[in-house]
Design a protein around this ligand. Structure first.
Ligand code: ZN
Length: 198
């Protein structure tokens, strides 16, 4: 006998597809939604649909935004000649939280990983290279210190070196395999300040 009705099962299945949600959490969330006032559920669903529809990559740095150019790239007081390359938006947010970095970013949306079948064309690398045609003084590579992050850093530095643009790598104050987003602000700042030229 089925424990739940078809609709509840369908809802549980959808929640189970989300990252970090196991079957118990999925059940709890599904039952919570069913107990929510219908208008709240509608609003929730509507916001998800609208966010998905209206949010896209910034034309310059590839972060997520609902404008053509994100607020960081369109801020004239940021140093547009310094680009920090990060793997994802959570890493960008971690550096923004320090309030000390004044340059702009480039979000790769992943890292090169032969094991996962992720090559240079699967991340936003072409967009980065295009930006180097502009007035760029330094590219700071702030990918994670995982194998994938290091592979990506090496690949990018080899690409940029011939252009004569300064390429630096954040210091390894960031623990090996550490996710940038989990590291405290002091460590992030130390890693940034101790960056070395590649
Ligand atoms: Zn941007």
């Amino acid at each position: 006998m089925e424990l739940y009705s078809g609709y509840i099962n369908k809802l549980i299945e959808q929640f189970e597809k989300l990252p970090g949600i196991g079957s118990k959490s999925a059940q709890r969330l599904a039952l919570h939604v069913i107990n929510m006032p219908p208008e709240h559920v509608e609003r929730f669903a509507q916001i998800m649909v609208e966010a998905r529809k209206n949010i896209h990559y910034c034309e310059e740095c590839c972060t997520l935004t609902d404008k053509e150019i994100c607020p960081i790239c369109s801020n004239p007081s940021r140093d547009h000649s310094t680009i920090m390359v990060v793997e994802n938006i959570r890493d960008l947010a971690a550096y923004e939280k320090t309030n000390k970095y004044e340059g702009v970013y480039h979000v790769l949306h992943g890292a090169i990983s032969p094991m996962l079948g992720m090559g240079p064309n699967d991340i936003r690398l072409k967009e980065l290279i295009k930006r180097l045609e502009g007035d760029v003084a330094e590219v700071i590579i702030a990918t994670n210190s995982s194998l994938e992050g290091e592979t990506t850093a090496m690949y990018i530095s080899k690409l940029i070196k011939p252009t004569g643009i300064k390429v630096t790598r954040i210091a390894s104050g960031v623990p090996v395999g550490g996710d940038l987003e989990c590291i405290d602000e002091m460590t992030l700042l130390r890693a940034l300040e101790g960056r070395r030229e590649l």
